[in-house]
Design a protein around this ligand. Sequence first.
Ligand SMILES: Nc1ncnc2c1ncn2[C@@H]1O[C@H](COP(=O)(O)OP(=O)(O)OP(=O)(O)O)[C@@H](O)[C@H]1O
Ligand SMILES: [Mg+2]
Length: 354
Amino acid sequence: MLEGLLKNMEGGVFTVDLDKKIISFNKGAEWITGYCLEEVLGQPCDTIFNSNICDGSCPFEKTIKKNAPVNINEVVIQSKDGTQIVTSRTLFPLHDIHGNLRGMTVIFRDKTELKNLRQQLLQSEKLAVMGQLAAGVAHEINNPINGIITYMHLLLKNLRENKIDPETWKGNLELVERETRRIGRLVKNLLNFSRKTEPDLRSVSLQRLIEESLPLLEDQFLIKNINIIKHYEDKTPDVLGDFNQLQQVIINLILNAVQAVDKQGNIDINVYSEGKKGSECFVHFDITDNGSGIPEEDLNKIFDPFFTTKVGDRAGIGLGLSIVQQIVKAHHGRISFKSQVGKGTTVSVRLPTP
Ligand SMILES: Nc1ncnc2c1ncn2[C@@H]1O[C@H](COP(=O)(O)OP(=O)(O)OP(=O)(O)O)[C@@H](O)[C@H]1O
Ligand SMILES: [Mg+2]
C-alpha cells in the first residue's frame, strides 16, 4: 500500500543510498524532472540533477549529520529537457528496520506547478478575462448575426418576388453557413475555456486517438491539399489520459498547423516513447508543419488567452492553445514549441504513461 501511495503521489520522491546513488524514484519525480526511473536508478543524484540540488550546497551530509529532516525552499533544478523548475524539498535520513542509516529520502514539489493555487488563480484570472471580454464577445457574435440576418432578409425578399437565381442563392446561403459555423465555434471554444474539468484519466492509445481524430479534419486537409505524414513507433505504450480532452489537444494543434501552411503543405505527426522498452515513462507526439512559423517575440505569447495573429476570413479567437496548455498540464504533461519564421513549426507534447 505504501509503495502504491509513494508511486502515485503528486510530489516527487526519491531515495539515495550512502553513496548518493538513486535507489528509488516515483512517478511524481518522473513527471517533474522528465527522467524515467530506469535512467536514474543507480546513478549518483548529482549527475541527474544538473543544478544546485546537489552542488556545493549538497544537503546530504547535513541531513545525515543532523539526523533530522531538512527543509529547503526554492531550489531550481534543471529537468531533462533543460527547463528550469523551481522546487521546494524536504530531506530526511533513511534508516532500515534495525535503525541503521541507509541513505536519504528527498521529497520535492514543483512550485511552478503548485496545482491548487495555480488552478484557483487561473480560474479567477479566466473569469476576470471573460468579464472584460464579455462585451468583445458580444460584438464578435453580433457581427456574424448581422450578416446572417441581412442575407436571410435578401433571400426572403427574393422569394416573395419570385426571383430565385440558384447561383445567388448558393452564394448567400454559403455565407450564412460560414457565419453560423463561426458563431458555433466561438461559443464552443468559450465553453471549453471557461469550464474547469478534471480529466477522466484512463489508458489511452495515442495512435488510436490520432487515427480517430484525423477524419474529423479531413475537410480541412482536402481544401488545402495537405500532405499528412505519420510515423508511429512500434508498440508505443498507452498514456494516462482523457480521450476527449486529448482529442481536443490534437485537433487544436493540427488545425493550427493546417492554418499555418500554404496549399500542398506538409504536416508530420510523430509518435514515440521515452525510456526503456517495456517500462517507458513518457510518450511524445510531435506535430511539424512547414508553414509560416512563429516570430521569436510571439513565442511567449501564444498560450495567452485571446492571443491570435489570424485576421480576416479565417479569424482566430486565440483560445486554442490556452485550452491545449490547460489540458496538457492537467495530464502532468509538457508542451513546447520550436519554430522558425518561413520554415515551419514543431510542437511537442509529452504525456506520462500509467
Ligand atoms: N503551427 C503554427 N504555425 C504558426 N503559428 C502558430 C502555430 N500554432 C500557433 N501559432 C500562433 O499562435 C497563435 C495562437 O494560437 P491559438 O491556437 O491559441 O489561437 P488561434 O489559432 O489564432 O485561434 P483559435 O485556435 O482560437 O481558433 C496563432 O494565432 C498563431 O499566430
Ligand atoms: Mg488555433
